[in-house]
Design a protein around this ligand. Structure first.
Ligand code: MG
Length: 256
């Protein structure tokens, strides 16, 4: 790929599905390292802290330092820090709350400034959504960690945060601030860290909208993989066209 010096790489559906590494993924990462390409990982995963993601990658045989993993909480924390408002209601699951501990006050000591909504899995109950709704009606702003429609869980396609972001937007008439892919601020965190311009970078992902669409909007190339949540009919039915489509990240060697 001409002029490409670096890659942004999605995790879920590209390097692994569930706890299984995609065949040839490790070798592709090693190849990028050998060929001196810069690369960072940009994931919309919000069920786990960065530290846990790094540990799970390690258990699947990937040698990826935690600093190279960019997840939406990182962008959310940067946003909250700048705003100097820190009272948050966190609607998430797993241990992702750990990524907010430095910047957010999550108790009832004051009015809530931000409702932070991620892919909250079983925590998406009527009670919790309604609590979020009430905070928003009382003046809080909505930070959406991601706005994806669905993702590929080991047992099948599963609802992501997007449908519930839309539900809260619909109910309150407020627009959420999306901090994960495909938002510019999120991609820019990783681009800045690599010190590369958008025309020097290609994004590799399994989501035609957030990965490929997001990349294309910023002027990056988009490489779609046919693993994870990839569905041919979904891709055929959107206007976004990837620059390349490969069967899996294992095929990266053929297009470098
Ligand atoms: Mg993905």
């Amino acid at each position: 790929m001409k002029n490409i010096r670096g890659f942004l790489i999605d995790l879920d559906g590209v390097l692994y599905v569930g706890d299984k590494a995609i065949k040839g993924a490790r070798e592709s990462i090693d190849l990028l390292r050998d060929k001196n390409y810069a690369f960072r990982f940009v994931s919309n995963t919000t069920r786990k802290s960065r530290k846990t993601i790094a540990e799970q990658l390690s258990s699947m045989g990937f040698d990826i330092p935690v600093e190279d993993i960019f997840t939406p909480p990182l962008a959310a924390v940067a946003y909250i820090k700048k705003s100097k408002k820190h009272h948050c209601y966190l609607l998430t699951t797993g241990d992702v709350y750990q990524d907010f501990e430095q910047e957010c006050i999550c108790d009832n000591s004051a009015a809530i400034d931000y409702v932070i909504l991620g892919d909250a899995g079983d925590k998406v109950t009527y009670e919790n959504l309604n609590r979020a709704f009430r905070h928003l009606m009382q003046g809080a702003d909505l930070i959406a960690l991601e706005n994806d429609r669905y993702w590929m869980a080991p047992d099948g396609l599963s609802l992501s945060a997007g449908p519930f972001v839309q539900a809260l937007e619909f109910a309150t008439g407020k627009k959420g601030i999306i901090v994960g892919k495909p938002s510019r601020m999120f991609f820019e965190l990783a681009l800045c860290d690599m010190g590369l311009r958008t025309d020097q970078v290609a994004m590799i992902g399994d989501d035609i909208l957030t990965d490929i669409g997001g990349a294309r909007t910023l002027g990056m190339q988009g490489i779609l993989v046919r693993t994870g949540k990839y569905r041919k009919d979904t891709v055929d039915n959107v206007a976004i066209k990837p620059d390349r489509v490969i069967d899996s990240i294992a095929q990266l060697q053929d297009i470098l």
